[in-house]
Structures are given as structure tokens and as C-alpha cells.
Ligand binder design. Structure first.
Ligand code: AMP
Length: 280
């Protein structure tokens, strides 16, 4: 398994793979890999001959109030996990190569970037779309795998690929959870044991929401109240619980089409997001 740091080198390598008739899958990550990331690698290996994992803590998706330097990093552990998972190459670009002096070109996926996490993080998805576009143009994959855990991110990227004609298939894989239901996340590290326990209320609320939906409940207000109630009862500081149309992320009052109930809530230092997809 190679670790490639240069953009030109990964482009050359990718062209070679393709000349040899091999398809390439990319799994973009910010590192500090957990089993959720590895499940995307497993999916990528099913979809293509070669799997590349990118590890890049992207500064442009953090706001000035968020601590970029505190984001957890452990390259040696990531390297071992990738090796065991059968990754062919890690792409590990330097921030100064991704964003050279004078950098001024942005990819802005309008509308989809504004609700949910975009409301409190107005430049976040511009940073995400821009870095993913750059990773696509560096690794030149046939397919890229993202997680439903970050549903809005996956939907923004899917729109970008359609709008800009990237010749890349987007695969969105299910959320992997801890045994108690908490969605796996690099940010779970920030939780104290007590917060970690209380944070399971997010999945409990979403699971109850799904049960009510399966029994025929279609009122967004009722479903949102179920999730809000569970999290608030455990002292979570709710940023939003929203029920949106999966295709355009517009808020729904009545669930007469495919919907996502999405949550962002803080427990102590950790801002956690999760969601459930409800299929009409
Ligand atoms: P991150 O390193 O947090 O930027 O995540 C990289 C990719 O892994 C994104 O596509 C995430 O949606 C995905 N991911 C993060 N957590 C999980 C999880 N628990 N299950 C599945 N995919 C995940």
C-alpha cells in the first residue's frame, strides 16, 4: 500500500491503473478512521479494482470558531487500518498543495448547502464541495463512496457531480453504529463517559421516529417532537431536528414522499449529527 502525498503523483498513478484496465474507487475521509470508514472501504472494494482512501482534514470546511487544530489525527493507526482493510493507496495531500497561495476558486452547491447544518455553518458545504471536487480531480476515480451518516454532505456531492458532469458514480453507504446505537464518529472521542451514555438518546429518538412512521404516522411535527423529546430528556443541546425531502432538502409538514429526519445536537464539546431515512 502506497502513501501518496503529491497531487501530480496520484494523478499519474490513477491514469496508470486505468491504462491497465483497472477501475478506481475513492473513499474521502478526514482520517482518525473507525469501523464506519472501513465499511466504506469494504463497499469500495466491491465496486472497483483499486481502492484509494484520502485523508485530509480540510481547513475550508471549518469555521473560524471551530477548532481545526484540535481535530483528532493518528496517521499510523489509520495506515494500519487501511492496510488490513485492503486499501491500495492512501492519498495524503498537504494543505498548502490543496490550497496554494492565492487560492480563489470555489464550488458552491446552492440551495442544498443552506438548510440543516448549513444554517449554523454557512461556509461549510462550500468547503466540502470544493475539496471533494479537488480530490476527484486528483484521484480521478470511477466511483466514490460516502456515508449516509453525513446525509446532507452526500446529497450536496451527488448534486455537484450531476451539475458539473463529473464522470464519477456516487455510492452512499449505510451508517455504522456502536452496539448501543450511537453512530460511529471521530467526534465521539470528545464525549465523556456520561455524555457518551446520554448521546445514545439521539439514535433512540430516531428509532422511535421510524417505529411511529412504520405504524403510519405522517405528521412531521409529531415525528420531530418524538426525537426532540428523547434528546432533551438527556440534556442534549439541540441545534436542529428537521424533517426534509430527500431530493431537495426542503422542509416537509407531511411525509408523503421519501424523507430524512436529521438531527444535530451537542453533548458537552461534541456536536453530533445523525439521521433516519423514511421511505414513503
Ligand atoms: P469523515 O472522516 O468524518 O469526514 O467521514 C468520511 C466519510 O465516512 C464520510 O462519507 C462519512 O459520511 C463516512 N462516515 C462517517 N461516519 C460513518 C459511520 N458511522 N458509518 C458509515 N459511514 C460513516
Amino acid at each position: 500500500m502506497n502513501i501518496v502525498t503529491s497531487i501530480a503523483a496520484i494523478q499519474t498513478q490513477s491514469r496508470r491503473w486505468r491504462m491497465d484496465g483497472k477501475s478506481v474507487a475513492l473513499v474521502p475521509t478526514m482520517g482518525y478512521l473507525h469501523a464506519g470508514h472501513i465499511s466504506l472501504v469494504t463497499r469500495a472494494r466491491e465496486l472497483a479494482d483499486i481502492t484509494v482512501v484520502s485523508i485530509f482534514v480540510n481547513p475550508t470546511q471549518f469555521s473560524p470558531s471551530e477548532d481545526l487544530t484540535a481535530y483528532p489525527r493518528d496517521l499510523e493507526a489509520d495506515r494500519k487500518k487501511c492496510l488490513i482493510a485492503g486499501v491500495d493507496a492512501i492519498f495524503l495531500p498537504a494543505a498548502e498543495d490543496m490550497y496554494p497561495t492565492g487560492f480563489s476558486t470555489w464550488v458552491n452547491v446552492e440551495h442544498l448547502s443552506q438548510p440543516l447544518c448549513g444554517a449554523s455553518r454557512p461556509t461549510h458545504f462550500r468547503g466540502v464541495a470544493t475539496v471533494v471536487a479537488k480530490l476527484f480531480l486528483a484521484v480521478l476515480p470511477d466511483v466514490a463512496v460516502f456515508g449516509w451518516k453525513d446525509a446532507q454532505q452526500a446529497i450536496v456531492i451527488r448534486r455537484m457531480v450531476r451539475d458539473l458532469n463529473f464522470p464519477i458514480a456516487i455510492d452512499i453507504a449505510p451508517t455504522l453504529r456502536e452496539p448501543d446505537g450511537l453512530a460511529m464518529s471521530s467526534r465521539n472521542l470528545y464525549l465523556t463517559p456520561d455524555e457518551r451514555y446520554r448521546a445514545t438518546s439521539i439514535n433512540r429518538g430516531l428509532t422511535r421516529c421510524r417505529e411511529y412512521f412504520d405504524q403510519g404516522e405522517r405528521s412531521a411535527a409529531t415525528l420531530i417532537a418524538i426525537v426532540t423529546g428523547e434528546i432533551a430528556a438527556e440534556g442534549g443541546e439541540i441545534e436542529y431536528v428537521s424533517c426534509v425531502d430527500t431530493s431537495d432538502l426542503n422542509a416537509l409538514d407531511h411525509l408523503d414522499r421519501d424523507a430524512i429526519v436529521a438531527v444535530a445536537a451537542r453533548f458537552g464539546r461534541a456536536r453530533l449529527i445523525d439521521n433516519v431515512v423514511l421511505t414513503a
